[in-house]
Design a binder for this molecule. Structure first.
Ligand code: GLP
Length: 241
């Protein structure tokens, strides 16, 4: 794992966007998988600026979403598709057919998972961007879930629902289930970029740097991947000596 320490959230966002733009420039076509949450929003905005100033282009980029809530009718404002579309897709030159979302509005979720796995097989991920939950979850892979799963239905930990409550009117509205790319899918990416920002994630960063690989702490699966870049800001480092 390469650890890049930056001063603050702004620098973290700039750095992440630069790495992505750099890889887009290097390869003719690129497939990226993206998370939601507050952490990547600054990076999304940097990418929008880079597209607007012609420093990068998403013309030949395919984008997969890392996860999606269940029980949210597609395109509703709390869906992850809506969130990433609002902050990124609607503002860049990505082709509509190159956006891959997890269609949890469909009835047969097992089929939805299988279809997504097939698409991921046909389109290997070059860059997987991740945030991290305070409990170490990545995507919606919660503590003590199996590391041997591809896209699957996941029951959300209460802590995750509490942390994500801010995107909803109340805790009761936060779905209890989501469909997420599994750890097995995530680890297939050629390059993984993990973003960790803020004091609320200090304990998660400390655990990532001190723990062994364990299903108790899902992000620890990244330890043995050959190409992981972890970008952290000073406040996330506040728990380190
Ligand atoms: C959600 C997402 C994760 C994200 C996490 C942290 O649970 N499923 O992909 O990393 O939240 O979000 P934030 O960046 O808002 O702290």
């Amino acid at each position: 794992m390469e650890l890049i320490k930056v001063k603050d959230y702004e620098e973290l966002s700039v750095k992440a966007a630069k790495i992505i733009s750099g890889e887009i420039a290097e390869k003719k076509t690129l497939t990226i998988a993206l998370p939601s949450g507050s952490t990547p929003v600054g990076m999304f905005h940097e990418l929008v600026n880079a597209v607007n100033s012609k420093k990068t282009t998403f013309k030949n980029v395919k984008a997969f979403l890392l996860d999606e809530y269940c029980d949210i009718k597609y395109n509703k404002e709390q869906s992850i598709k809506y969130f990433v579309n609002y902050h990124l897709f609607s503002q860049i030159n990505i082709e509509e057919e190159n956006i891959f979302t997890i269609k949890t509005d469909e009835d047969d979720l097992n089929k939805v998972c299988n279809d997504y796995n097939k698409l991921l097989e046909e389109n290997p991920i070059d860059i997987q961007v991740l945030g991290i939950g305070a409990n170490g979850h990545i995507g919606f892979n919660e503590p003590n879930g199996s590391f041997d799963l591809e896209t699957h239905i996941s029951k959300l930990a209460f802590k995750t629902r509490l942390d994500n409550q801010r995107f909803f009117n109340s805790i009761n509205e936060v779905p209890s289930y989501a469909v997420t790319m599994g750890i097995k899918s995530i680890l297939k990416a050629k390059h993984i970029i993990l973003l960790i920002s803020g004091a609320a994630k200090a304990d998660a960063l400390k655990r990532l740097l001190t723990l062994e690989v364990s299903e108790e702490f899902p992000a620890s699966c990244l330890i043995n991947h050959p190409n992981v870049t972890v970008i952290v800001d000073e406040s996330a480092c506040s728990g380190l000596k």
